[in-house]
Design a binder for this molecule. Structure first.
Ligand code: SF4
Length: 452
């Protein structure tokens, strides 16, 4: 019995970690549709077989293997991997070999449960015959998602740069979709364009991601944006602008959030969702911030070895953040002459907002840092409403709701919480409709010059 327990614990370290993906099939769970496909294309560009798994089809299985206390994204992703592997077993029969796959499940450190999904899923996989050999490949926000060990060392930096660009390009395509869909001349035109763009831009990443010149990818993106602009009917007046914040998986996984953006659009909204790059930049920023704190402390205590260590970290993380921000800016600059897409606020600016207003602290961490400050920025930028999308019981999002809701009310900006757990909530559509009525009134008030 003791021996079995040891073995089970050992599996959490030997079969969950950063493994080389060369020669394996890397299984990527779908979160935001565009981003996951572009990331898979980047892996292909670097010679890695990567596959985005079908999502939400295995939710029943996911529920069967969870108790209901886990976060909803854990149930969905558990279902995705079990469903996918069952299908692979069926498809390959005797030839099926769990060793030939790596299941990709990143994690985040901090006071949150995301760091435990892959451990939990390891336990589930180990309980199933034939699945003990399926390794879980993980990257962690603790080192700003370093890929060393996963991709061969000499190509790791190039891979990281291309992967970051795929995140930015996917954010832009998402924002293009939300900018044009409410104003399209023909219903379905915007969705068709993005479906097509996922293939064409993926092809660009497959062909160019491993090269140092990412310009051809931006050329492809510019072309899609140009086509998108042509789909818009200029006679349709601008609609109330709604900003979304919340937990990254739920707010970007349209099945899990019951297509909240489309429902908001149905009731007259134009929507902007917080981006994925914002989270990636936040992890880089937080590493830099921690290094600065360490440096200050070592200087105060006069510890020369530590001073050198932290100074070098400040330099490395600072450089990496600068690189990310400049690439993000470069990509947005390419498309802005064609269409007015909102960009991201600098993470440093978001921290300043929290400090100025004494609302929350980056020392606590989690997405609440971004969501609370993000809501403040939406209010400042004149948005007509704010929606917080999150898994039921999500800790950072519940904190966000507790802090930001009273503020939005004080500024007379409509605010809506949309917790999701996969069940159909009969009152949800009515809540969204009421919220949009308030947002419409907010917009009319602002146009009359009444401000918030
Ligand atoms: S952010 Fe929310 S949903 Fe995600 S792991 Fe943390 S508590 Fe769970």
């Amino acid at each position: 019995m003791e021996g079995q327990k040891d073995q089970a614990f050992q599996s959490l370290s030997t079969n969950v970690g950063t493994f080389s993906v060369q020669g394996k099939t890397l299984l990527i769970p779908e979160m935001n549709r565009i981003g996951c496909h572009l990331l898979a294309a980047v892996f292909h560009g670097f010679g890695v077989r990567a596959e985005v798994m079908e999502t939400y089809q295995g939710l029943d299985v996911g529920r069967e293997f969870t108790s209901g206390k886990e976060c909803f994204p854990c149930q969905v992703t558990t279902g995705d991997i079990l469903h996918h592997m069952a299908r692979e077993q069926e498809r390959l029969g005797e030839a099926f070999d769990a060793k030939s796959y790596i299941y990709f499940m990143p994690e985040a450190g901090g006071p949150c449960r995301f760091g435990m999904y892959n451990k939990f899923q390891r336990i589930v996989l180990d309980s199933l015959p034939g699945m003990q050999d399926l390794k879980i490949g993980t990257l962690t926000s603790d080192n700003a998602y370093s890929v060393s060990g996963m991709i061969e060392e000499k190509r790791a930096t190039d891979f990281r740069k291309a992967a970051y660009m795929s995140v930015v390009v996917s954010d832009i395509l998402d924002r293009l979709l939300w900018r044009i869909r409410p104003y399209e001349r023909e219903k379905g035109g915007a969705d068709d364009l993005i479906d097509k763009a996922i293939s064409t831009i993926s092809e660009c990443f497959r062909n160019h991601a491993a090269g140092k010149n990412l310009n051809p990818i931006l050329d492809g993106l510019e072309e899609v944006v140009r086509e998108g602009c042509d789909l818009m009917d200029p006679r349709i007046p601008r609609k109330p602008l709604i900003g979304i914040v919340g937990e990254i998986y739920l707010r970007t996984h349209s099945q899990a959030n019951q297509d909240v953006i489309r429902v908001l659009e149905t009731y007259g909204a134009e929507v902007v969702n917080a981006s994925i790059a914002e989270w990636v930049n936040y992890t880089a920023y937080d590493r830099l911030r921690q290094a600065r704190i360490g440096l200050r402390k070592s200087l105060r205590l006069l510890r020369p070895r530590k001073i050198g260590e932290y100074a070098s970290k400040v330099f490395t993380f600072g450089l990496s953040l600068l690189y990310q921000q400049s690439k993000q800016e470069q990509a947005y600059k390419r498309v802005r002459p064609l269409i007015d897409l909102p960009g991201d606020h600098r993470v440093g600016r978001l921290e300043e907002i929290l400090k100025e207003k004494d609302l929350f602290s980056f020392d606590v961490g989690t997405e609440a840092c971004l969501s609370i400050a993000g809501i403040m920025e939406y209010i400042h930028d004149g948005y007509d409403g704010v929606v917080n999308v999150y898994p039921f019981t999500c800790m950072p999002s519940t904190i966000t709701s507790a802090i930001a809701k009273p503020i939005a009310t004080r500024f007379r900006v409509p605010y809506l919480d949309t917790p999701c757990d996969g069940t159909y909530q009969p009152g949800r559509e009515a809540a969204i409709r009421t919220f949009m009525y308030q947002a419409e009134q907010h917009r009319e008030r602002a146009l009359r010059g009444g401000g918030s």
